[in-house]
Design a protein around this ligand. Structure first.
Ligand code: SAM
Length: 249
């Protein structure tokens, strides 16, 4: 997207986008644009919906209850949705928000909460996770919002993996692995669909680790000699994956 539009607010919407489309925003987004950002008729924003690329659009009404806009021109063509699957053991409150936002910024296409033995959180507000993913997508100029899957237990995930994920390999950040660089193990997966799994604050249990290592689709990796916090490990692992075999190349 031209950097000239980088300073404009970006909003994720559901309706189709195209030349001359008229868009009516819901109450929440209308309030955000008209009251928080004080946008008025004629002001420009960038809209995207995950299907039609990004569209420079202009406000045609600025009522706080229902802002309407019309599209002016397409400023970015739709990019393919990321195939990177990211599973994580949910963390508490703001660190959970952080992990969802960072996974979105780092290019995850699917974000899947995985319940493990030491996971501290079991009830998740799915709509809040989705809202965090949308907010991150709006801020970091991605053109599609990752799918936030329903939570699943580790046992169910592993049992159903080959049925639901086919040939996808699952990179598991294993803090008990001998400290080593993950570069070679990840580079060997070039061309494969891949997933990444990060454990909870309390780590994987010994039984879980044995279960994981027994799976032919699992590739355990070390993230170096220090024990990283789960949210740090998520960003570190996603960065290494994107840099070696992902979309940073
Ligand atoms: N059991 C320790 C604890 O309770 O502090 C470590 C858990 S660590 C905070 C959470 C997750 O981050 C781990 O399950 C693992 O997925 C990942 N992780 C952290 N440091 C790592 C490392 N050096 N190598 C591989 N994975 C790591």
């Amino acid at each position: 997207m031209p950097r000239t539009h980088a300073s404009l607010p970006r909003l994720y919407i559901e309706p189709d986008l195209g030349q001359g489309a008229s868009i009516a925003l819901g109450k929440e987004q209308s309030l955000y644009l008209a009251a928080v950002l004080r946008k008025t008729v004629g002001d420009e924003v960038v809209l995207f919906n995950g299907r039609d690329g990004a569209w420079l659009s202009r406000l045609t009404s600025d009522s706080k209850k229902s802002v309407t806009l019309e599209t002016i021109e397409q400023v970015a063509t739709q990019t393919p949705v990321s195939d990177l699957w990211y599973g994580f053991a949910p963390l508490k409150t703001e660190r959970l928000d952080y992990v969802i936002q960072k996974a979105t910024e780092m290019g995850a296409g699917t974000i899947a909460p995985v319940l493990t033995k030491f996971t501290q959180v079991s009830r998740l507000k799915h709509e809040k996770l989705v809202a965090n993913a949308i907010e991150a997508a709006e801020q970091c100029e991605v053109l599609s919002v990752p799918v936030v899957a329903a939570e699943i237990t580790l046992a169910a995930l592993l049992a159903g993996w080959t049925t639901t994920q086919g040939p996808r390999k699952l990179i598991v950040a294993d803090e008990s692995a001998t400290s080593a660089s993950p570069v070679d193990a990840i580079a060997a997966l070039r061309g494969h669909p891949i997933g990444l799994l990060i454990g909870p604050e309390g780590g994987f249990s010994d039984e879980e680790r044995a279960q994981l290592r027994a799976q032919p689709f699992v590739v355990p990796v070390s993230l170096g000699p220090r024990i990283l916090r789960a949210d740090t490990a998520a960003v570190a692992a996603l960065a290494v994956i994107q840099a070696i075999i992902g979309d940073w190349r």
